[in-house]
Design a protein around this ligand. Structure first.
Ligand SMILES: O=C(CO)COP(=O)(O)O
Length: 140
């Protein structure tokens, strides 16, 4: 599975704790992250993470592009709902694309726990069945 991990600054600590807690599961998958989030996860866990640019300078859009090509199976995006972000349009665009392409997204820790447990249970096979697409064959 291809999993995107993104966290706003006030949520990075939560994301790191999440990644530590689920390290054994996450290491079985291909991980993508925006720049700073990815660096913090790698430093704290030693996990291999494909890092893109930092969110405010284009990282959200880079992950959005992967998502549009069906190259992301699910996303944990721990948003900060209490702080205005300079790149709000990019954030909305990323979340919009997840909805367009029916990609499961957790935007808070509680939902992230549910999502990660469902990965463990193998609940994600439906994506391939519904779309006929896989990472290796994004056209279906
Ligand atoms: O801003 C972000 C998501 O919108 C996250 O970017 P960083 O991981 O680079 O801080």
């Amino acid at each position: 599975m291809h999993i995107a991990l993104i966290a706003h600054d006030n949520k990075k600590e939560e994301m790191v704790r999440f990644a530590i807690a689920y390290k054994d599961l996450l290491k079985e998958h291909t991980l993508y992250a925006t720049g700073t989030t990815g660096t913090k996860i790698m430093n704290a866990t030693g996990l291999d993470v494909h890092r893109f640019l930092s969110g405010p300078i284009g990282g959200d859009q880079q992950i959005g592009a992967l998502l549009a090509e069906n190259r992301i199976d699910c996303m944990v995006f721990l948003r900060d709902p209490l702080t205005a972000q300079p790149h709000e349009p990019d954030i909305l665009a990323l979340l919009r694309l997840a909805d367009v392409h029916n990609v499961p997204v957790a935007t808070n820790l509680a939902a992230a726990e549910v999502l990660i447990r469902s990965i463990k249970q193998g609940d994600f096979a439906w994506r391939e069945i519904v779309s006929g697409k896989t990472f290796e064959n994004p056209e279906g």
